[in-house]
Design a protein around this ligand. Sequence first.
Ligand code: CO
Length: 182
Amino acid sequence: MHPVTSRSFVPAFIAAWMVAATVALGALAASPARGATYAVAIADFAFAPATLTITAGDTVTWTNEDPVAHTATSTTGAFDSGELAQGESFSFTFTAAGTYDYLCTPHPSMTGRIVVQAAAPAPTTAPSAPSSTPGPGGGELPDVAMPLPDGEPSRTPLVAIGLVAAALGLAGALGVARARSG
Ligand code: CO
């Protein structure tokens, strides 16, 4: 390997690595995947707040502050803390939108609800919407649009034919003029 090559290769490699690292860090920083964490206290035989609205990807942490053991148990089996002694916590990350009712198994009158809203729609959803929206009238859009592309090219041959005819006419006129002069 020539010294010149190795000398230029190292800075190029470092520059490429720095660019890659910057891009990777930027992607991490911009990533909306990291959800927030919400706290629900279990105190005085009640969940506080009793109803909590979060976004898909967020985490809820229940902490029992009572000297009595409680649970946070989904009525649909989505999650179950098991018995939490005083000071113990249970966390669950909600990935799917929906309404999650839960209760305390030893004390079914203790109820709570987690409302999980869908995360912000992905950018791919917006572009696909317009393409599907013209569905009913979609049949007419191509019909209206077609004459325009057809009209443009059909004009071009006419202009070309006109230019050729004009050139032939000019050549013919010159030929006649030469024949007369000669
Ligand atoms: Co309880």
